[in-house]
Design a protein around this ligand. Structure first.
Ligand code: 97T
Length: 233
């Protein structure tokens, strides 16, 4: 999979070299290119934003640098592009969307700052490419960079060969097979600061353990995320 990221803060993406995503790069499973949007400006101040038509607070990202950036990326590699735009006005990002995006050949992350990107860029993307506008949740960030990092990690770990044991993808919270929060986990020592590991986990009775874990997962989900139990999707 090829990943392109366009941002006015390319340094935000240094952590992609680390950990599991970094290993996926080293193994050749993904190819990542981070681009500075200002490379596609032509004025002395490398201007990427301007005041909003109609008035209001904040600044809007100008369309021209984005148009040139997308044209350049389109010409740089042959795979069809899926444009991912993090925005608080997007569809809530889910594990199901991560599985969907993991099937694409090429993802291009367009990270906006300020109050967002001129809507004509979004409309242009929808017409010319596959476009996905995603939100990480109902809170406000300063820009799309942190959201893009989260989406990249969620997607890349689903690619074959990235996570050592693919079975671990099945059991985890929000996997399509298991729409529950994860059960509590324990390791050695058996007693820590007076706190014991639940007895059932020493029993060796695998069916009973599975039943206990499912019950714990359901209890947690009911407590913290009742919406997951109600949602038939
Ligand atoms: O708050 C934002 C600003 C810009 C781009 C994305 C976001 C955001 O994404 N998920 C939640 C908030």
């Amino acid at each position: 999979m090829r990943l392109d990221v366009v941002s006015i803060f390319p340094d935000y993406f240094a952590p992609l070299q680390l950990s599991l995503v970094g290993k996926a790069i080293d193994k050749g499973i993904i190819d990542v290119a981070v681009h500075d949007l200002r490379d596609w400006t032509h004025d002395r101040h490398n201007t990427v934003d301007d005041t909003p038509y109609g008035g209001g607070a904040g600044m809007v990202m100008k369309p021209e640098p984005w148009g040139e950036a997308l044209d350049a990326l389109e010409g740089a590699a042959p795979q069809p592009m899926t444009i991912v735009v993090p925005t608080p006005a997007g569809r809530p990002f889910t594990q199901a969307m991560a599985y969907e995006l993991a099937q694409r050949e090429r993802l291009v992350f367009a990270c906006g700052r300020y109050e967002g990107i001129d809507q004509r860029v979004i409309d242009h993307c929808a017409e010319r490419y596959e476009l996905v506008e995603v939100s990480l949740g109902d809170y406000v960030l300063n820009g799309g960079e942190v959201a893009a990092l989260a989406v990249i990690e969620a997607v890349v770990r689903l690619l074959p060969g990235v996570v050592g044991n693919p079975a671990s993808l099945v059991e985890e919270s929000h996997s399509p097979e298991h729409r529950l929060l994860e059960y509590p986990n324990y390791t050695k020592p058996p007693v820590w600061r007076g706190r014991e590991v639940p007895e059932i986990l020493f029993s060796g009775h695998h069916a009973k353990i599975a039943e206990w874990r499912l019950e714990e997962a359901r209890r947690r989900t009911a407590e913290r995320r009742p919406d997951l139990l109600a949602d038939p999707e």
